[in-house]
Design a protein around this ligand. Structure first.
Ligand code: SAM
Length: 224
């Protein structure tokens, strides 16, 4: 497991930031029901799970960071494990979520296969993540910046990439949307514990106090 991962090292800072997010819009997208068995994959400190908890039957957070899982509130299940090998039975959840994490997971298609495997008939998978630039040169340059910030960064997914494994597994794409999010460079670097020459180099490459990334959100359904 990833004892000593970037998220273990920066757990308090990350949990404090995650607690400030307003999850109202995301929760609506989940279309939660009182009997739902929900799973938040790579759910970190459980802030989404805490927002979903009153509207579902049960919810579990799975993550590789033991330190982040310590922040998951009471009444929510915790599972130390990898998204690429979910320790759950087939068809055992009605709602599976994964937010801002596919770009940290070493093998996103494998994690998506696993999310589809544990999803019961009639269930939903709701994903949100940052999307790579359509221009391959700009995308490569951004990956360089991301790795300066966090050497454990995987790669940003490309637009529509999760559709391939999920539609292949028999799910339907129910809804999707994309928008731009503006980041301030300094807090973004600090959140990941990036300082010194790596931070200087990243600032130089970004070339300004802010930057924008595209965010993609989608809901997939398994027919009943
Ligand atoms: C940017 S955080 C997002 C956490 C949470 N979903 C949120 O939005 O606040 C990425 C999370 O992915 C977790 N992670 C990284 N690789 C993972 C893997 N292979 N399986 C499960 N979790 C993983 C990290 O420990 C971290 O909690």
């Amino acid at each position: 497991m990833s004892a000593g991962s970037r998220f273990d090292r920066t757990a308090e800072r990350y949990a404090a930031m995650a607690a400030t997010r307003d999850w109202t819009g995301f929760v609506e997208w989940c279309d939660p029901g009182p009997d739902d068995r929900a799973l938040d994959v790579a759910g970190g400190p459980g802030s989404l799970a805490a927002a979903l908890r009153p509207q579902v039957g049960s919810i579990t957070v799975l993550d590789t960071s033991a330190r982040l899982l310590e922040f998951v509130p009471e009444g929510i299940g915790r599972s130390l494990g990898r998204a690429e090998q979910l320790p759950f039975d087939d068809k055992s959840f009605d709602l599976v979520t994964c937010v801002n994490s596919l770009h940290h997971i070493a093998r996103p298609p494998r994690a998506l296969d696993e999310m589809a495997r544990v999803l019961a008939p009639g269930g939903r998978i709701v994903l949100e993540d940052f999307i790579a630039d359509d221009d391959p040169g700009r995308a490569r340059r951004w990956e360089e910046i991301e790795r300066l910030r966090d050497p454990e960064h995987g790669r940003l997914i490309t637009a529509g990439e999760p559709r391939v494994p999920l539609l292949g597994a028999g799910l339907d794409l129910d809804a999707e949307e994309m928008w731009l999010r503006v980041f301030e460079v300094d807090p973004w670097l600090e959140l990941a514990g990036c300082a010194g020459s790596a931070a200087e180099h990243a600032r130089e490459l970004i070339g300004g106090p802010t930057f924008e990334l595209r965010v993609w959100r989608a809901r997939f359904r398994r027919p009943a």
